[in-house]
Design a protein around this ligand. Structure first.
Ligand SMILES: C[S@@+](CC[C@H](N)C(=O)[O-])C[C@H]1O[C@@H](n2cnc3c(N)ncnc32)[C@H](O)[C@@H]1O
Length: 341
C-alpha cells in the first residue's frame, strides 16, 4: 500500500506555505537557475524549490516542487516533498502527490510506483500473458543471465551494438531527459546513464521484479548509484509524465510485449517534446528469410507476443503523428525511429 506522504503543510495550497512567500533557491537544487540552464531544459516546470531547515536544525535540501513525474490518472504534474534530484536516494526519500486527485505515490522496494493501481488494497489486475510473463521473479532473474542473449538468433546485434545504433538516432536529443520504457532489468538504462549524454535517465517498466533486478545491477556499480537515474513502475499505456516533457524515449525489444501497441505509441507521442525522438526495437513477424508460404502461419495469436510487420510499425508511428520514420532491419530484428514534429 502506498504510504501517504506528509500531511500539512505539504497538502496545503502552495501560497499558504509561509516559507514559500520568500523562496530561497538552494545552490544544490536541480532547479537552481544556473543548473537549470545547463540541464538543457530537460527538467520541467519547476515552480519552486526551497532549502528548508529541519526542526533539528540540520540543513537539508528539501523541496516542494512540481515534479517531472505526473499523475497517471490525470497527468497533472506531481508535487514532490523531499530531497530534490533524479537519483535513487533522493527519490526514495521523497513523497509525491497529485493535488487534483489527492492521490499519493511513494517508493516501494526501491522503485517509485506510478501505476494507476499503486496503493490499491482490494483490486488486482491481470495483464495479458506477454506482460505477466516478465513480472515473474524467475524470468526477471534470468533475463540478463541468458534469456536476452538468445535474441541474437533472431538477428538482434547484441546490447553494445544496439546501444550504439540507438545513440546515433538520439543525437538531437542528447543533453535532455530520456525515458527507457519497458527497461526490463535496465540493460540499456544503465548504458544511457553511464554515457553521461543525458541530463536524466528514467528506467521504467511494469514489472516489479525487473525493476528489483535493475536496482541490484545499479547497486553493484559505484558509478551509477548517485547518477541521475530513477526507477519507475508504470504502464506504457499510461505514462506518468506531463505532455511534451520528455526529449527521448527508448523501448528496446518491447513493442511485441505491450498489451496495446497503438495506445503505447500514442502515449509515447504525447509525452515527447516537439522535436523529441522515439527509438524502438522489436521482433518482426516475418524476417527476410521467412519463406512466403510460411507467412500465413505467423499471424498474430491472441495472448501470444504481438509481432508486427515493418509496415504496421511505420503505420502506427505515422498515425500518431510522428514523422521522419526510418529503420534498420536484420533478419527478424528491427530498430526504428520517429520524431515528434
Ligand atoms: C523483452 S523485455 C525488454 C527489456 C529491455 N528493454 C531489453 O531491451 O532487453 C520486455 C519488457 O516489457 C515490459 N512490459 C510488458 N508490458 C508492459 C507494459 N504494459 N508497460 C510497461 N512495460 C511493459 C516487460 O515487463 C519487460 O520488462
Amino acid at each position: 500500500m502506498a504510504k501517504s506522504v506528509a500531511n500539512p503543510p505539504f497538502l496545503r495550497p502552495l501560497h499558504q506555505l509561509e516559507f514559500l512567500r520568500c523562496p530561497r533557491l538552494s545552490s544544490k537544487s536541480q532547479f537552481h537557475p544556473r543548473r537549470f540552464r545547463s540541464q538543457t531544459q530537460s527538467i520541467i516546470r519547476a515552480i519552486s524549490a526551497v532549502a528548508a531547515e529541519s526542526e533539528l536544525g540540520t540543513q537539508q535540501d528539501q523541496a516542494i516542487e512540481a515534479d517531472i513525474f505526473a499523475c497517471p490518472v490525470c497527468y497533472e504534474p506531481l508535487i514532490r516533498k523531499g530531497p530534490s534530484g533524479l537519483n535513487l536516494p533522493a527519490i526514495y526519500r521523497s513523497g509525491f502527490m497529485c493535488k487534483r486527485c489527492k492521490k499519493s505515490y511513494s517508493s516501494k522496494d526501491r522503485y517509485l510506483d506510478l501505476t494507476v493501481t499503486a496503493g490499491l488494497r482490494d483490486y488486482t489486475e491481470i495483464q495479458p500473458a506477454r506482460t505477466e510473463l516478465f513480472r515473474s521473479p524467475l524470468v526477471s532473474f534470468l533475463y540478463e543471465r541468458g534469456w536476452r542473449q538468445n535474441f541474437r538468433q533472431s538477428g538482434f546485434p547484441g546490447p553494445d551494438e544496439e546501444f550504439k545504433m540507438a545513440q546515433e538516432y538520439f543525437e538531437s536529443a542528447k543533453g535532455g531527459l530520456i525515458v527507457d520504457v519497458s527497461c526490463g532489468s535496465g540493460l540499456f538504462s544503465r548504458k544511457f546513464a553511464k554515457s553521461g549524454a543525458y541530463s536524466g535517465v528514467i528506467a521504467l517498466d511494469f514489472s516489479e521484479n525487473m525493476l528489483r533486478q535493475c536496482y541490484e545491477f545499479i547497486k553493484k556499480d559505484d558509478t551509477l548509484s548517485t547518477t541521475n537515474i530513477a526507477l519507475v513502475r508504470a504502464d506504457v499505456s499510461r505514462l506518468p509524465f506531463p505532455s511534451g516533457s520528455v526529449d527521448a524515449v527508448h523501448a528496446g525489444a518491447a513493442l511485441h510485449c505491450w498489451p496495446s501497441p497503438s495506445n503505447a505509441v500514442a502515449e509515447i507521442t504525447r509525452v515527447l517534446k516537439s522535436g523529441g525522438v522515439f527509438v524502438g526495437s522489436t521482433f518482426l513477424r516475418y524476417s527476410s528469410l521467412t519463406p512466403w508460404f510460411l507467412r500465413p502461419f505467423r499471424e498474430r495469436i491472441p495472448q501470444g507476443y504481438g509481432y508486427l510487420t515493418e509496415e504496421e510499425i511505420k503505420d502506427l508511428c505515422t498515425s500518431c503523428g510522428l514523422t521522419n520514420y526510418s529503420s534498420k532491419i536484420q533478419q527478424a530484428f528491427i530498430m526504428f525511429t520517429a520524431q515528434k514534429p
